[in-house]
Write a protein that binds this ligand. Structure first.
Ligand SMILES: Nc1ncnc2c1ncn2[C@@H]1O[C@H](COP(=O)(O)OP(=O)(O)OP(=O)(O)O)[C@@H](O)[C@H]1O
Ligand SMILES: [Mg+2]
Length: 645
């Protein structure tokens, strides 16, 4: 076979991601009317405000108070300037005029000093608030996620929404805090300056407006262009980072190399970069045109403002001193308005992301099981399923259909069946992790849907089919299910380590139980698949719960470790309910009852002997495996005649 050249590997840019739901908001945002943006603003501001208030009231009060003081002294400064100019412009000897202006000058100096202090206080308060607000929202989000019902994690768009909230939303909150302070500050200063100007002469207000409107337009327009750019590039940007992730993550690094996928991925990276480059250059050109128009119009506006001011002076409607102060007011108002417009624009932009975050919180609340205050029975005698069906969100077929099953304490019940027959799902349903879509799971007659989830979980330990590779120390990775259990001298820990074979794993680690199990940090260790599985068995044993679920607990274990695990399961069995899922039928022969599952239904329940006699489906599966262990050629040929439904 000839090796394909890198150039021949071109493929369409990740067509399967052509309309991801995380792109969802882009169109909406670009097409968003000003009205819509305005509506999203108060909710976003309220959220930031509430969070800031919870995070640090004193900083909020200080920031707000200092903001008002700053605005007021700006107005006071303007009045003082008028006073100074009025004293200076009267006829008479200069020393006299100067001494007449002295009190106003002193007020002016005090106003400037006070403003400096107030502005510093605002910065200090903002600096205090920003990280606190962000951390508060991060904490709220983490807590909301931690309470969400497990099944929500299977909802198709949940992860996109979560990603948008975690990244876009969190950054938005951060920026919004800063911008909200800027808007408030700008507005206070704007209002006080405008009020003072109007006080000096009513016509000064329109004059001020005239000088700032064109620049305001240009600022708004530029901000919208930038936002449009960001929104339209979200998809491309995220696709590109998906590619970089594939190159960067340890999980994919080996396959990237073994399949020689580098040229393909780099080519994809370049394509996306080129799209972004073109868009960015286009954006730059548009922004330049808008800035040019803005400046030209702004010049016109300022000229008009000055002409009006000159006309007011000429007609004697305004004294010279007031006109002088008006010039200063124009400058102040321009600066404040630009600040407000820029900040408000960023706020509008961010408020959409904050809306995402708020929507996520609302969704999380809906998906969080109610706390009823009722507890599940501790150490239940009987676990029963009555007419239980379960369908994963968005799935067209049910994973479990109409299941009736009763399990008693002290029993080992094995679930067997082909891949996808519903074993893992059934185990999760009877452990209360998933609520049945129909029917009920009862512990000692108490319907689990009526009690608090935490109290259900407290009775359950599980070896999951795909155990989490907890990036903690080995000790935490085993003890996290019962962190407070008193265990002097690690006696219990050592016992479960022996029973699961985790002791041999820990012996190989440089710091024993205190070794860190991730290579993402210095001095970390990674384990083999089977070693991870031994730890997961140890974790389940350490939790020491009345209901033990073992979903393929030995799939990755070597023969000796497997034998040890089954031996310890046998000793654990008394006084416990054990649900065992495995494809190795030799291991389930000794189970008290075996539940044969097929397409989400219970085909039959019985002992090994009963099933071998009466269930051809089970007998087929069993014989197929048993035959593969026989080394006589007759056994092999017998395999050829076997089929499994
Ligand atoms: N998170 C999920 N979302 C949607 N469908 C799922 C999900 N998990 C499993 N399924 C589907 O539910 C059915 C039952 O899956 P389950 O994991 O319970 O099978 P299983 O019997 O444990 O299989 P295996 O032997 O491969 O572990 C399958 O058709 C599977 O495709
Ligand atoms: Mg499974």
């Amino acid at each position: 076979m000839t090796k394909p050249r890198a150039g021949a590997r071109r493929a369409e840019p990740l067509a399967e991601l052509s309309a991801p739901s995380w792109f969802g908001h882009a169109d909406e945002v670009i097409g968003a009317s000003l009205g819509k943006l305005l509506r999203s603003l108060p909710a976003a501001m309220a959220m930031v405000g509430r969070t800031a208030w919870r995070a640090d009231r004193r900083a909020v009060l200080l920031g707000f108070g200092a903001q008002v003081v700053s605005g007021l002294v700006t107005a006071l400064g303007l009045l003082a300037v008028t006073g100074v100019l009025t004293s200076l412009f009267v006829a008479g000897p200069t020393p006299d005029r100067l001494s007449a202006a002295a009190p106003s000058l002193a007020v002016l100096a005090a106003a400037y000093a006070l403003r400096g202090v107030a502005d510093t206080a605002v910065s200090a308060a903002t600096m205090r608030l920003r990280p606190k607000v962000r951390h508060q929202v991060e904490r709220d989000l983490a807590e909301a996620i931690s309470r969400i019902d497990l099944v929500t994690f299977d909802e198709p768009d949940f992860h996109d929404d979560l990603a948008r909230s975690r990244h876009g939303g969190m950054d938005a909150v951060d920026t919004a805090t800063l911008q909200a302070v800027a808007v408030v500050g700008g507005l206070v200063s704007l209002a006080s300056t405008a009020a003072t100007a109007a006080l000096l002469h009513p016509l000064l207000l329109p004059v001020l407006l005239l000088s700032v409107v064109p620049e305001t337009w240009a600022t708004v327009r530029t901000a919208r262009l930038e936002y449009e750019f960001v929104a339209t590039m979200i998809e491309t940007r995220r696709r590109r980072s998906l590619i970089t992730d594939l190159l960067a993550y340890k999980e994919s690094a080996a396959e990237v190399r073994v399949f020689g996928a580098q040229p393909f991925l780099l080519d994809q990276h370049d394509r996306h970069s080129r799209v972004m480059e073109r868009a960015q250059i286009e954006l730059g050109a548009k922004e330049t045109r808008v800035a040019l128009a803005g400046r030209a119009l702004s010049g016109l506006g300022i000229t008009l403002a000055y002409v009006t001011l000159g006309w007011l002076l000429y007609t004697g409607a305004t004294p010279l001193a007031v006109a002088g102060a008006a010039l200063l007011a124009i400058r102040t108002v321009r600066a404040s308005l630009t600040q407000v417009v820029l900040a408000a624009n960023r706020l509008f932009e961010k408020s959409l992301y904050i809306s995402d975050l708020l929507a996520f919180f609302a969704r999380a609340r809906r998906r969080t099981p109610e706390v009823t205050g009722r507890s599940a029975p501790v150490d239940p005698e009987v676990v029963s399923l009555r007419g239980v069906s379960f369908t994963y969100p968005g799935a067209s077929r049910s994973a479990l259909a109409d299941i009736d099953l009763t399990i008693r304490r002290g029993e080992v019940v094995a679930l067997v069946g082909e891949n996808g027959s519903g074993k893992s799902t059934l185990a999760k349903v009877l452990a209360g992790l998933y609520q049945p879509t129909a029917g009920a799971v009862c512990w000692d007659g108490v319907d689990l849907s009526t009690v608090d989830r935490g109290s259900v979980a407290d009775n359950v330990a599980a070896v999951m089919q795909e155990p989490t590779r907890w990036p903690l120390t080995a000790r935490y990775a085993v003890t996290l299910g019962r962190p407070d259990r008193p265990d002097p001298g690690d006696r219990y820990l050592d016992q479960v380590a022996r029973d699961s074979g985790a002791d041999a794993v820990v012996d190989t680690l440089s710091d024993g139980w205190d070794s860190l199990l991730t290579t993402r940090f210095r001095n970390g260790h990674d384990l083999s698949g089977g070693q991870w599985q031994r730890l997961s068995v140890a974790r389940a044993l350490y939790r020491d719960a009345p209901i033990l679920i073992c979903d393929e607990p030995t799939a990755a274990l070597d023969a000796r470790a497997e034998a040890a695990v089954y031996e310890s399961l046998r000793t654990l069995q008394s006084g416990r309910t054990v649900v065992l899922i495995t494809h190795r039928l030799a291991s389930v022969r000794h189970a008290d009852r075996i539940v044969v599952m097929h397409h989400g239904r219970v085909l039959q329940v019985g002992t090994h002997t009963e099933l071998m006699a009466s269930n051809p489906h089970y007998a087929d599966l069993y014989n197929l495996q048993a035959d593969s262990y026989r080394d006589d050629p007759a056994g092999e040929s017998a395999l050829g005649g076997q089929t499994v439904a």
